[in-house]
Design a binder for this molecule. Structure first.
Ligand SMILES: NC(=O)c1ccc[n+]([C@@H]2O[C@H](COP(=O)([O-])OP(=O)(O)OC[C@H]3O[C@@H](n4cnc5c(N)ncnc54)[C@H](O)[C@@H]3O)[C@@H](O)[C@H]2O)c1
Length: 255
């Protein structure tokens, strides 16, 4: 089904990818960011997600939300995360509910579960174990998603995104990479899956070396097409005892 989708954080890396890729699936997009977005065929709202008046305007007529806006850094201070990721995410969920948008796709992160040792990991659904205040802020967003699904019947997917990039930038990302094409396929699946209630879904491509299970995503209709292995030549092997390899969140556990 074609949705009228608000994309928050649409000027960012993932936002630009979705603004290019989602319309081919029939959706109408409205883009929201605190920085201006030019040269786009889509409607744009410039403003801050912590401002309820901005969100009320941005949510008018919207049936689904893809919430990307926030600070994406594992080294960000609690004070910055408190405003953008915690207050901002609450305001986006609340504005979506008030506007009657029934579906929300939330950009969580592998860092919400980053302290899980990979050797002990239940591949599909490891427990919350943040590796940073950033990871804690993402765990909060996941909890909000579950709450809005249970309390208000919204359909919510939390994407535990690995490493989004045009190509894998590091040895670790041969396991954690999600390609731009697969990101569009994943969000498209979450926007249209008829049986979605609440799900935490790994945001990862079909990497030969992936650590994370695709079964939850596949049950929603996500069929990744890319594999980081195509870029593996020349990358050094990771030492299994190196935190970069041994923990879901990689080196962030020792920062
Ligand atoms: N890129 C990755 O590999 C990755 C991995 C895991 C999770 N994520 C999550 O995905 C989301 C998008 O990531 P990205 O890589 O595109 O980040 P990005 O920094 O490129 O984009 C984020 C966008 O959000 C906007 N923004 C920030 N605070 C805002 C506010 N208060 N109001 C309105 N707009 C605001 C910024 O202007 C920016 O355009 C983030 O929430 C990030 O935590 C990304």
């Amino acid at each position: 089904m074609a949705e009228h989708v608000l994309v928050t954080g649409a000027a960012g890396r993932i936002g630009r990818c979705l603004a290019d890729g989602l319309p081919a699936h029939g959706h109408t997009l409205r883009l929201l960011d605190m920085v201006p977005i030019e040269d786009t065929p889509h409607e744009v709202v410039v403003g801050d997600i912590t401002d309820p008046a901005v969100l009320e305007r941005a949510m008018k007529g919207v049936t689904a939300v893809v919430h990307l806006a926030g600070i994406p850094s594992t080294s960000a201070s609690f004070e910055r995360l408190l405003t953008a990721n915690i207050e901002g995410t609450y305001r986006v969920f609340e504005a979506a509910r008030a506007a009657g948008a029934g579906r929300l796709v939330y950009a969580s992160s592998n860092h919400a579960v980053g302290f899980v040792p990979r050797s002990e990991m239940a591949p599909a659904d490891p427990p919350i174990a943040p590796d940073s205040h950033y990871g804690v802020s993402k765990a909060y967003g996941e909890a909000l998603g579950r709450y809005y699904a249970d309390r208000y019947g919204m359909r919510v997917a939390s994407l535990r995104i690995g490493t989004f990039a045009p190509r894998p930038p590091s040895p670790r990302s041969l396991s954690t990479w999600i390609s731009p094409g697969d990101m569009v396929r994943l969000v498209q699946a979450c926007l249209t899956a008829p049986d979605l209630t609440y799900a935490a879904v790994w945001g990862v491509s079909a990497n030969t070396r992936r650590w994370w299970d695709l079964s939850v995503g596949r049950a929603l209709g996500y069929e990744p097409e890319d594999d980081a292995e195509a870029y593996a030549e020349g990358m050094p092997e990771l030492d299994p005892d190196d935190p970069e390899y041994a923990y879901v969140g990689g080196n962030v556990v020792r920062d």
